[in-house]
Design a protein around this ligand. Sequence first.
Ligand code: SF4
Length: 340
Amino acid sequence: MFVPKRILFEKNALNYKMGKDIYDFFKENKNVEIINLSTNRVKENIPGENLYDFYRESKKTLVVGVKKGMKFQSCKPSAHYQLPLISGCIGQCQYCYLNTNLGHRSYMKLNVNIDDILEQAQKYIDERLPEETIFEGSATSDPIPVEPYSNSLKYTIEFFSKKEKGKFRFVTKYTDIDTLLTIQHGGHTDIRFTLNTNKVIKDYESNTPSLNKRIEASNKVIKAEYPTGFIIAPVFLYDNWKKDYKNLLLDLNNSLPKNILHPLTFEVISHRYTTRAKNIILEAFPNTELPMNNEDRTYKYGQFGYGKFVYNKQDIEEIKYFFSNEIESIFHNKIIKYII
Ligand code: SF4
């Protein structure tokens, strides 16, 4: 669970139940500074003269706010819309896409007007009938670490459990999922866990749970009969990578409960970076050892109009061959969605 060093309540946030609940949860905690903002100038209330310090202080900050504009961003190809419940993350994964995506807004921000957000989701569902509409809850966040006191996902999962044509999904590396295990979900929410080898977690994923803890949490979710999936990402090629990734898959399979209601899904994504991401990473993590030598990579234009440095063709082929063979042979009830 995320215990912030400071919580910034934006104007009006305490007029909502979720805002009040969060305030009550932390009000007696002497280690948590509570700041009521009279304006919504968040950045000025987070210390840090440069990106290095600001990044680290942001990661200890929770902003409790009210979402204003209700136009949802699209979320292709995995879903139709982003569901704007939460943005930011407490993790300090060096390669994280949020570093570029959110820029100076990498702090965790929770929107407390959840009824307005879900009302808008209902409008989008109605517009697309009779087609199904899928909403992604983690497009710009890892929403789990604030769940024990926000209940934002719990509320949302219960909302979608009653929707015949509305589905919800999110992905996490975190383990604070216990409040989600006994609620009605109707099989309408997919929960996916991002896994990586112990070496990658140790080298690049500060402030995230260990592989074993993530697997343990995924097992609870599987037992609670949620459709469950795994994202193995980012895959790095290093000495013994095959041995480590194979062990990861074996450990996962050995941990699984006997009867699994839904097939497990697998998505495998090799490491890639943009020039902009690389520049930000070098500022926030000056001593990073992330493999980002452009000469070792192939430059590839993506669907969003900007290029990325990906592993070269031969390496990608090897990754595809390795993971498809191993996942096929190790797991019984599974679907490999893609390996890229
Ligand atoms: Fe980014 Fe995910 Fe790591 Fe959070 S856990 S810092 S969202 S990669």
